[in-house]
Ligand binder design. Structure first.
Ligand code: F6P
Length: 744
């Protein structure tokens, strides 16, 4: 309603200005036109009476002249008539104003007209030259101009009324049209926002759509972007906020996660029963709490010996087994597929290629064919699981470089968010990969491609630049390939906060005692820990060499410091991994022989899988933790150590080549290739005051608490939501444009 008044008011104001501007011109035009009419009448009077007047004047027949003049003056428009003989007014008619003199008439050789005021009115005096017997004189005819004034006034009034009527009509029409347009625009924008919020695809309601202007689209995007930025920055991320973000921003959306490693493995135990195993995987420990919070479906390789026995007819099993909150859909692989796709292409090819730990990658064509076939198999499973045309699909890791493109081809409206959990090497290094173009093409099937750090994003864009034809927008961090845009974004992964494994932990003093007793160490022995899969990228040998260097340079620690290395066997089918384990065992023996003594072994190597609560107990018992990765996307062990230390003590020694070093800058940052410097760092950690330990630990705990895994997932999902809204608005605009010509 307000809009109608506003537009009507504006139209009226414009009309009033037009009337005020036009009216004086119109009035003066009518007055001039009337005066011209009077002048013509005077002329007619003169023309018809001239000869008679000249003849009567020549004869000096005053009586008949006066009679003639009175007859002429009887015309209602003629006021008076007379003859100016020089200054002498002769035979003036009865109505001649008393004040009129010949001097007031404009007399010249030709007819002339002048206006005088007499007796309170305007009078037009028309003078016509006459020559009578050689004497010059003027016939003067007076017209009362009140009539012209009246006509001008009437014309002004009629004009005013006419213009005012038109103005009111125009204002009302303008208001109605504006209201109609506004209603359609508002409906269109509301629809756009509602659809964007729902994030769902599908056709917009075409009836109400009109094309949205570029400006409106931009404004919507800016508003949306700024609101999101504020939200993301100010949210305390937790399972609840993640659920709320999902409900608010992506309500009704379907979430499907794809990874190679499954979150729950069912194995056949030796006693014939089934045991549940949670794998030692950073990916799983980060993603599982997120999927638990969001619900949905997780598609993964069923690798357990009892996995087939625990699924339903559709290969699905609800998990977590105790309190199911999402569905695990298992995909079965043959041994041949497992060898070529997982051990071969992924772990002998892409893993060393991306980590640059000076282990030569092996690229076998047969492995790549199986990698492609397994990616297809997972694409089939994802498409089969999707209930809608536009699910949100979270593709995980280097096992599935081709999967985003395969899904995109079959579900064009899906929002595919791919996260690469390992580093992305520089373009030159990546260039040795024989499958580089296919990998890039596959990944660019994603809507959003995430890495842990901006450096990895940059490396990826450099590789795109070097090896495929595309348009790269370095400001927006996006790549347009084959007409489709992929956003490249850093999302530093993290752990849940507070960590589940911390629940039920004993106080730190108790952990210190229990662990030392279990390991046969004196209660006052200082200990350091290292915990990971037995992988050559983790720098396990390098850290042992650092302990060797410490004990060489600071022999005072012999007998007073022990290092507990927990290493879970992994990928043992591969020669490099078996070799690493052998080398580590040999090196530990050698160092123990060199620096150990009766009842004292500086290095305790525990080669077995540890459950999360055991790991946390070990973290809580330690004086320091060493993470010496030669190259690591993030490394969650570093974050878990910090999370385990609610006593705010303990020192983290962290490789500069792990992504975590970008966030945990209060750790003692080391170069794992420099054994001497790492030995010095261990000494520094062992001699660090409690105050300094607390200051550092507090800052790191704040960081991990705030930038937890719910934030990681939340930010990716918010990016996905923003993208879906933008795409939705684009679709609306496109459909509006298509409609526009039909409407025209
Ligand atoms: O770092 C990549 C990664 O997928 C991690 O997320 C995970 O900890 C590790 O590799 C697990 O490897 P796998 O599944 O081969 O045991």
């Amino acid at each position: 309603m307000r809009i109608i008044f506003r537009f009507g008011g504006i139209a009226l104001l414009v009309a009033a200005i037009v009337i005020l501007a036009v009216l004086p011109f119109a009035t003066s035009f009518v007055e001039q036109w009337t005066r011209r009419d009077v002048e013509l009448r005077s002329q007619l009077v003169f023309n018809s009476a001239r000869d008679q007047v000249v003849s009567l004047l020549a004869r000096d027949d005053v009586g008949r002249l006066a009679g003639l003049f009175e007859r002429i003056a009887s015309d209602e428009r003629v006021l008076a008539i007379g003859y100016c003989d020089g200054e002498d007014l002769r035979s003036p008619t009865r109505n001649m104003p008393a004040s009129f003199t010949c001097a007031q008439a404009a007399r010249s050789d030709t007819q002339s007209f002048s206006t005088i005021a007499a007796e309170g009115r305007n009078i037009l005096v028309s003078s016509f030259p006459l020559t009578v017997a050689g004497r010059e004189g003027h016939l003067v005819v007076l017209h009362d101009l009140s009539y012209a004034d009246r006509r001008g006034g009437q014309a002004r009034n009629y004009l005013f009324l006419a213009l005012a009527g038109v103005a009111f009509g125009a204002a009302a029409l303008a208001a109605m049209i504006a209201a109609l347009i506004m209603r359609r625009w508002l409906a269109s924008i509301r629809q756009a926002l509602e659809n964007a919020r729902a994030g769902a695809a599908g056709q917009p309601e075409r009836e109400n759509m009109i094309p949205l202007g570029q400006e409106i689209r931009d404004v919507l995007q800016e508003l949306e972007a700024s609101r999101r930025t504020i939200d993301a920055a100010h949210t305390d991320w937790s399972p609840d906020t993640l659920r709320a973000a999902l409900a608010n921003e992506l309500s009704g959306s379907e979430v499907i996660v794809v990874s190679n490693r499954e979150p729950y493995i069912h194995n056949r135990a030796q006693n014939g029963g089934i045991v549940l195993q949670i794998p030692a995987s950073g990916l799983v420990s980060a993603l599982e709490p997120v999927v638990r919070a969001c619900g949905g479906t997780w598609v993964a390789h069923g690798s357990g010996t009892a996995d087939r026995e625990t699924v339903d007819a559709s290969d699905r099993v609800p998990v977590p087994p105790a309190h199911p909150s999402y569905t695990l859909r298992r995909v079965w692989l043959t041994d041949e597929e497992q060898d070529g796709y997982y051990y071969g292409a992924a772990n002998e090819g892409l893993w060393p290629l991306c980590h640059i730990a000076f282990v030569r990658p092996i690229f076998r064509e047969q492995d790549w064919q199986l990698y492609r076939a397994v990616n297809e198999k997972f694409a089939d499973a994802v498409v089969a699981e999707a209930k809608r045309e536009d699910p949100i699909i979270l593709v995980q890791d280097y096992h599935f470089a081709l999967l985003p493109r395969m899904i995109r081809n079959r579900l064009p409206q899906a929002t595919i968010v791919t996260f690469w959990h390992i580093p992305w090497p520089n373009a030159e290094t990546f260039g040795i990969c024989p499958w580089r173009e296919e990998i890039i093409d596959g990944l660019l099937g994603s809507s959003i491609l995430g890495f842990h750090t901006q450096a990895h994003c940059n490396n990826f864009m450099d590789a795109v630049d070097a090896y495929v034809e595309s348009r790269i927008d370095r400001e927006q961090d996006s790549v347009t390939f084959g007409g489709e845009e992929t956003l490249i974004r850093p999302y530093p992964i993290s752990i849940e906060w507070p960590p589940t494994a911390l629940e039920g932990q004993k106080p730190v003093e108790e952990c210190r005692r229990v662990v030392r007793e279990r390991l046969g160490l004196p209660l006052d022995m200082r200990i350091g820990v290292g915990i990971e899969r037995f992988d050559y990228t983790k720098g396990i040998l390098d850290r042992m060499q650092a302990i060797d260097a410490l004990l060489n340079e600071h022999p005072e620690w012999k007998g007073n410091f022990a290092f507990v290395q927990v290493a879970a066997p992994t990928r043992s089918k591969l020669a490099n991994y078996r070799q690493l384990q052998e080398e580590a065992e040999a090196l530990a023996r050698e160092i123990n022989e060199r620096h150990g003594s009766a009842g004292y072994e500086p290095i305790k190597l525990l080669i077995r899988h540890h459950e999360p609560d055991e790991v946390f107990e070990l973290f809580r018992s330690a004086d320091l933790c060493i993470v010496s990765s030669l190259h690591d996307g993030m490394n969650l062990v570093a974050k878990e150590f910090v999370a385990a230390r609610d006593d705010e003590e303990g020192v983290l020694i962290l490789s500069a080549f792990a992504g975590a070093s970008r966030e945990l800058s209060e750790a003692l940052i080391v170069n794992p290739y420099n054994a001497h410097a790492m030995g010095q760092a261990i000494n520094r950690a062992l001699t660090m005051s409690q105050n300094e330990q607390r200051e550092r630990m507090r800052l790191m705990r704040d960081q991990v608490k705030e930038r937890n895994v719910y934030r990681w997932a939340g930010q990716m999902l918010l990016s996905a939501s923003r993208l879906r809204k933008r795409q939705r608005i684009r679709r609306l605009i496109a459909s509006g444009r298509k409609r526009a010509p039909a409407n025209a």
